[in-house]
Write a protein that binds this ligand. Structure first.
Ligand code: PLP
Ligand code: COI
Length: 342
């Protein structure tokens, strides 16, 4: 393990020695290859450059107190990538190929997995894109799958310990206009850059989105799902244009099956924000990032969830349980972890 100041690391790209690649051509996936190159050579007419035929995943590996390295919910990420591939007509990455590529990327970069309790973890980024040269709009014939890793710190400043303010505005929509919100493709994120910039200008952490059609219902936060706590209930929006977060699904399961809470996944009207005791953004990168307030910049109304900037008690319970499983300190009764053998 390297001697690195992980405590002060943000969520960013840091070079590692190796990445894994796999090429799809002539209707079939090839063998996994190990690469030390940090670049790709693309044809100027490559499909991805013009028509954004690309999808990605994000998952993490954690080094536990027992020294073991665990990858969280590998298979769920493989399945979601398959749905993204189907959505924009790319060949599905077989589950086993995806899992092997991720495991190899982690194994080869073992020294990059941050130490236990460093506050950092190993972010794993699989990405697939169409490489065939073309100008007509159609799916590519050839694809590249790359899996790289980066040792990262918290996505939002302060991580779990410090609640962040979010910006609500009816000006912006999260998903690309073609309704691809529930699949994870780069184009959706490019659509959110303007909203993110506006939030930062106002000293707010990220944009919070309402449904694109009526601007009446809660959707999600910049690069994370939204959940709220009301009494003993975990509430999260149900919508086709919200990315199905694996962290959110895990928290809902923990809430219901381990913490005896109720879970509601349903449409949530904006006005209901006033009734919540706690709120958080959740995702692989965000883990749980407590929300201090949501500022409606169109009406100047502030929905406040944390006056002292600290996470609430229920958020803390959920966070501790999730982390406990990820770091191997709470029994993984759902079978969510893949333990890496070195
Ligand atoms: N929503 C968006 C838009 C995201 O980018 C992410 C991150 O992947 C999430 C939600 C959280 O999903 P997950 O928990 O699967 O990482
Ligand atoms: C993740 O949480 O894995 C994400 O993909 C968010 C990312 C866009 C930073």
């Amino acid at each position: 393990m390297k001697n690195i100041d992980y405590q002060n690391r943000g969520f960013a790209y840091y070079d590692t020695d190796y990445n894994i690649r796999c090429t799809y051509t002539n209707g079939a996936w090839g063998e996994l290859r190990t690469s030390t190159s940090k670049t790709v050579e693309l044809h100027i007419a490559a499909c991805v450059l013009h028509y954004a035929q690309e999808a990605f995943e994000g998952l993490k590996a954690f080094r536990g107190a027992d020294g073991k390295v665990r990858i969280f919910r590998l298979e769920e990420n493989a399945k979601r990538l398959q749905r993204s591939c189907e959505g924009i007509r790319m060949p599905k990455v077989p589950i086993e190929l995806f899992e092997n590529a991720v495991i190899q990327a982690v194994k080869l970069n073992e020294k990059e997995v941050p130490p236990y309790e460093s506050g950092a973890s190993l972010y794993i980024r699989p990405v697939i894109f169409g490489t065939t040269p073309m100008v007509g709009v159609k799916p590519a014939d050839d694809y590249e799958l790359i899996v790289f890793v980066s040792a990262v710190g918290p996505y939002f400043k302060g991580g779990f310990t410090s609640a962040s303010p979010f910006m609500l505005s009816r000006e912006y929509d999260r998903a690309a206009p073609c309704g691809t919100g529930s699949i994870k493709i780069g184009a959706n994120y490019a659509m959110g850059l303007a909203a993110g910039e506006e939030a930062h200008k106002r000293n707010l952490s990220q944009a919070f989105y309402l449904d694109a059609k009526e601007k009446k219902y809660l959707e999600e936060c910049g690069a994370a799902n939204f959940f709220a706590i009301k009494g003993d209930t975990y509430i999260t929006p149900s919508s086709d244009s919200v990315l199905p977060s694996i962290t959110n699904a895990s928290l809902a399961e923990i809430a219901e099956k381990c913490l005896g809470m109720k879970v509601e996944k349903r449409q949530i009207a904006l006005a209901e924000l006033d009734t919540f005791d706690e709120a958080g953004a959740c995702g692989t990168a965000a883990v749980i990032s407590p929300i201090s307030e949501i500022v409606d910049i169109d009406t100047d109304k502030h929905y406040v969830f944390s006056k002292d900037g600290k996470p609430g008690a229920k958020c803390k319970k959920l966070y501790d349980y999730l982390r406990g499983i990820q770091y191997g300190q709470i029994e993984d009764k759902f079978g969510w972890n893949t333990i890496i053998e070195f």
